[in-house]
Design a binder for this molecule. Sequence first.
Ligand SMILES: [Zn+2]
Length: 80
Amino acid sequence: MDRTTPTVTAPRRLPASLCPHTPTCPSADSPDREAAHTVAAHPEQGWSLLCNGVLLFEDTGELLPDGKVIAPHRPLVVAA
Ligand SMILES: [Zn+2]
């Protein structure tokens, strides 16, 4: 068994087979996942789909491809 898989702490990138962009987008488990290109935007529904499969909501919440939910991390501006 090859046990050389490193503990990854650095930002990860999608393989070129999954991402047509240059440079390739960060993977969904990378800290900079929001930097991935938007491949589908639905502002009227308040979300956009990033190249790495992350659903990014307009309140900055995120839904990762593995089902994990990231809570919104920017304060909402509530219109009076
Ligand atoms: Zn991409």
